[in-house]
Ligand binder design. Sequence first.
Ligand code: ZN
Length: 314
Amino acid sequence: MKMKTTVLIINVLAVLLVQSVMAQTPKAELKQITESVYAYTGVPAGTPGNIFFVNTGIVIGNDAVLVVDTLTSAKEAEGFWADIRKITDKPVRYVVNTHYHLDHVLGNSFFADMGARIIGHVKCREAVISTGDKTLGNPEAFGLPADFWEGTRAVAPDTAFERGMILDLGGVAVKLIYTGFASHSQGSIIVHIPSQDVLFAGDILFTDFHPYLGEGDLPGWEKNLDFIHAMNVSHIIPGHGPLSSNKDIEDLKAYLPFFDKKAKELSAGEKDVEKLTAAMLEVLPKRAGGDFIVTMNLKTRYLTDNGNGQSQKK
Ligand SMILES: [Zn+2]
């Protein structure tokens, strides 16, 4: 009898422990932004099912659902799908990729298998075709477990555009816009839903996060930020970080040339990446992701053989 009681108490304690751990685990939810738009925003690091804490979202019309970006693997996309199904059972007809980076496109295969059309800029399509399989073959390069991409294929947009496109979901129109200038990547686009006063900026905007700028076209990026600022949209969903506004656009516009100037100055005398990162973090505004992203930016752009702050990719 005593034995049984002890086992029961241990079981109860185990359940309580699991429950408390689960309560502490950050679980991202699709939050309602406006009547027809839901998004994951401000995803904290360590969130299960979103390894690079990227913001994605959905737009719901009378007839169809459009998905903006697909997370980093087919498995992650499947979790996203389950969250979509808690909100609507309308067909997911379109996926839009804001740009080609792995955390935005490698869930495409899941949605393509569910019958969605995949749409992006021509440069995004080309980049997924030329780099997707290489990325999938080398998870260790991104600090991911060897089986991370099991069941994932690199699926490029099957529908591509150069300047813009409108998708009508039934009562809700979605405008895809390429401003004409490269920014965070070649072919980064904006997704605007005028009737909802919502804009998905992809990685053209990082809020409270250090931006990855290794492939960035800095003058073009500033033009993109000006373009979004002039649109005066109330709800701006960045690629990473919390729901944003024009104030966050202004902050990033000030950050980019400041980073460039300081990185050029400091890398002229200091070639050790750890010391240089530490020196940069002292002068940069406080944002998340510092060590990792600032180091990556310095390595890819300022500590190369011809490190001069020019994007190495043209
Ligand atoms: Zn990116």
